[in-house]
Design a binder for this molecule. Sequence first.
Ligand code: DX5
Ligand code: ZN
Length: 219
Amino acid sequence: MTKYILAPSILASDMTQLGSQIAAAESAGADWIHVDVMDGHFVPNITMGPFIVEACRRVTKFPLDVHLMIEKPEQMLEAFAKAGATGLTVHVETCPHLHRTLQHIKSLGCKAGVVLNPGTAVGAIEPVLHLADLVLVMSVNPGFGGQEFIPESLGRIAEIRKKLDALGSSAWLEVDGGVSVETIAQLKEAGTTAFVAGTSVFKHPEGIDAGVKALREYL
Ligand code: DX5
Ligand code: ZN
């Protein structure tokens, strides 16, 4: 039976209560904690760095799924690994030496992820698919939580699912952006196995527990 991962994104959390918000997501049935790292260059927003990853590591034993929306990610890999990241996911758009960067991540003892923006051709990751522990498809343009899901993402996920299956790869196929009770069933149908959710978990009107459980029903 396929295991499906739910990865709440702390970008949508109340940062003044980070520890208890992560604990609430965990006990409600989340699997990983997603950390969105933004540098104000690759994306038009600045969020968190190794310091916050290290703080998360102190409050949870759950895998920390760290999404690097930064230029020159290769320069920061060691710092994030040291801070306690479980997986490091780099954007193909920021990595001229993607093959080397994925190997570098693995050499640090982390799971290696590669991510595509909505405007990037799926073929761009083909040469490194065999190296990836995780492939992330952005279903919004990265930079902010709470954006509207881009429906074309479904076809892109299905295309990558076929390529992973053809390779016999057991990599996670993850989606990020606009994951909600309205979109999650189709995403699962298209072959997604890991779901990032910010707004629909941390800003659920009935609380974090209700947000996780509403999504979990589909997985
Ligand atoms: C967007 C981030 C996402 C974001 C998702 O740049 O990578 O992880 O937190 O937020 P929602 O789930 O609100 O679309
Ligand atoms: Zn993300």
